[in-house]
Design a protein around this ligand. Sequence first.
Ligand SMILES: Cc1ncc(COP(=O)(O)O)c(C=O)c1O
Length: 362
Amino acid sequence: MRPYIEIDLNALISNYLLLKAHVDRPLIAVIKANAYGHGALPVCQALEAAGCEMVAVARSSEAVDLLAQPRQASILVLGVSDVDDLPTLITAGVTLGVSTAKEAKQIIDAAAKLGLRAKTHLKLDTGMRRLGALPSDAAALADTLTNHTDLCGVYTHFAAADEPCLDSAEQQYEQFNQLCNALSLSNNPNICRHVANSAATMLKPEWALDAVRPGIALYGSYPSEHVRARCQQQLPLQTTLSVYSPISQQKTLAAGDAVSYGGTWVAEHATVIGHSQVGYGDGYMRHLSGKGQVSIDGRIYPIVGRVCMDQFAVNLGQTTDCKWMELLGKNVNIDDMASQCATIGYEILTHLNSRLPRVYRR
Ligand SMILES: Cc1ncc(COP(=O)(O)O)c(C=O)c1O
């Protein structure tokens, strides 16, 4: 018996189909960072079996890894592609996001050496001030990509589509459309325009354009508390990832016994604690020390004392015959956990590391 992560691929597909029906557009499923900790290949394979034609990753190395595996969906690299990866990616027909003239030149030169034209999507910076061409540089870059690559898409990324006020997202959306019109990239059957992350997909289906680009919602977590409050009823996401641990030692404490490093929790009366076999060394958040919860047989129990690298203690009250505890999943909600840690579901998921084996269920 050892701790593990269970991935429910049916839940993933249900979230995929829910979002797709909501916008009635193709989804470019974001599977960067190992599909938000779920495993890029199994997620990619499950999504393509459900009809998903394109997946997106952040780095070219993630695309190279996927290319070595059996999968069919085409791949979009959202970020800057490493020059060393370009020959592999261009030969395999991977679509490359391009933000600068320098990246464009590297891609065009690499493709020329292969006697090929690279597939590209132009990335526009409409306000995030991260990657993407500024509006002043967009026309020149679009020209270069049109003349020397197969330009087949254009995109931007919202800085604040998950907040109660959507004014800045609206400005970004409008600027994106103005740029697409000016660059003759609108209503062009050869150009896929995509802007919507999970938040925009859920809150603003009318911004879906030619495709949407959600990540976190596929994995059963809402991008923010605000989006959760607004959308949970209409768009109930299913839990895709659960963490289970055996209950290792159960121990009866006397009143006054202090638990774990620093002795931050002291038993007020005789009580039984049980230990998980998971800790921050698995990516379980140390912030949950003294405030997180686990579920045992459907009942919630509090974590007591500090989360250690390999284990933490749970106040069971009395001994249990149960062998397992759920650390995250249907009974221990990811977004509640994220709030307890003053973070977001994205970080909870991507922290969980490879010491916890992934088991896939359908
Ligand atoms: C460029 C880009 N598009 C789409 C996404 C997906 O966003 P989300 O997971 O909020 O749906 C991300 C993730 O951060 C991203 O960086």
